[in-house]
Design a protein around this ligand. Structure first.
Ligand SMILES: *Cc1c(COP(=O)(O)O)cnc(C)c1O
Length: 390
């Protein structure tokens, strides 16, 4: 159709700047070894950090719940879609996070847009880390509050902005573990500032839940800095291996969101299978702390190995290991060379990361064996040599 020609023009531009995206198809569970385009590859870009997406107990829980409650909830939670699996999971999440209550959302994207869009009002100011996830930015845009962005993890800059910006209520939004860089927010300092400037902290724990701290409880547990100024958001689709998301905090916050958050109210409840498998995953995380420990160990080994080879990999402790390249074309070339060496690791390019900061975002899993890690390092060595990196 002639009227869509402008679209192909834009797509061509993306292609010519090495920014065009396409889907790859994984024809197996997101386990350490996957079948992709008919070949076995070592998976190094899944957020299934603890390997729970393929855990037989988690799969079983989904099947049992499906048999008892059906394939779908059939309506929104506030109509007729609320089932025991949802409520029990919310109570378990609240216990896990040490909060009064929790509320399920269908996705982390919807949790962030619902949370920010509902709580932050006209006249408020949202102070937001410059590297925040797209769902946080969209949540800020959706709210009528003013958004002010501070330099990544720069507490002096945040304080400067808190000082000079006046507004009704102040909100500070940050990720506990940053999705593309794998570094952590300096939570103790951030909470100090929140206290001094009377701000509430919204903490996105998408990559910290099941990953950081004692028993994978998250950033607060890691730093040992409790505070009643935090509203937690996290996902069930990453380390917990399933799908969905939560907001956890004081009861009154949860009651308010249940009544007002449009991305909670106007959407179908999570399928019972999804809620039940998250419940089982949470149970496994709590009863098998060795998984979180193994994840940490794998992350350290892989990160140090890549650093030793001379790749530009910043220090850190999380399973998100960015191999910084810069140029999108070069990142793509390394990703392709890795694929030929038997490793699937994606090149992450703008707009997901800032211009000139393209990278291979390597993520490690608790279920990677020592042999897998060795294989990964050897593949990086050979692929790097092929494309002239590091
Ligand atoms: C993945 C992610 C989300 C969105 O979660 P989904 O459940 O995948 O929609 C939100 N915030 C951050 C930091 C994320 O990495």
């Amino acid at each position: 159709m002639r009227c869509f020609e402008w679209l192909s023009g834009e797509l061509e531009e993306l292609h010519d700047s090495y920014l065009l995206r396409r889907l790859a198809t994984i024809d197996s569970c997101p386990s350490p070894r996957v079948s992709i385009e008919g070949e076995q590859k070592l998976l190094l870009c899944s957020n299934n950090y603890l390997g729970l997406a393929a855990d037989p107990r988690v799969i079983r829980a989904a099947m049992v719940a499906t048999e008892k409650y059906g394939a779908g909830a059939g309506a929104a939670r506030l109509i007729s879609g609320n089932m025991p699996v949802h409520t029990v999971l919310e109570e378990a999440i609240a216990r896990f996070k040490g909060t009064e209550a929790a509320l399920l959302f269908s996705t982390g994207y919807m949790a962030n847009t619902g949370l920010l869009g509902t709580l932050c009002k006209k006249g408020d100011v949202i102070f937001c880390d410059r590297l925040s996830h797209a769902s946080i930015i969209d949540g800020c845009t959706l709210s009528s509050a003013r958004m002010v962005r501070y330099r990544h993890n720069d507490m002096a800059h945040l304080e400067f902005l808190l000082q000079k910006t006046s507004g009704n209520r102040k909100w500070i939004v940050t990720e506990g573990v940053f999705s593309m860089d794998g570094d952590m927010a300096p939570l103790p300092e951030l909470l100090g500032l929140a206290g001094r400037y009377d701000a509430v902290v919204i903490l996105d724990e998408a990559h910290a839940t099941g990953v950081l701290g004692q028993g994978g409880r998250g950033t607060v547990e890691y730093f040992g800095c409790r505070s009643d100024r935090i509203i937690f958001m996290g996902t069930l689709g990453k380390a917990l291996g399933g799908f969905g998301a939560y907001v956890a905090g004081e009861r009154v916050v949860i009651d308010y969101l249940l009544n007002k958050a449009r991305s909670f109210i106007f959407t179908t409840a999570l399928p019972p299978a999804v809620a039940a498998s998250a419940m089982e995953a949470l149970h496994i995380v709590e009863s098998e702390p060795g998984r979180v420990e193994r994840l940490r160990k794998n992350a350290v080994t892989l990160r140090q190995g890549l650093q030793k080879m001379g790749f530009d990999v910043p220090p850190g402790e999380t399973p998100i290991i960015p191999v910084l390249i810069g140029d999108a074309e070069k990142a793509l070339a390394l990703s392709k060379a890795l694929f030929l060496e038997g490793v699937y690791a994606m090149a992450v390019r703008p707009p997901t990361v800032p211009k000139g900061e393209s990278r291979i975002r390597v993520t490690v899993m608790a279920t990677h064996t020592d042999e897998d890690i060795r294989f990964a390092l050897e593949a990086f060595e050979r692929a790097g040599r092929k494309v002239g990196l590091p």
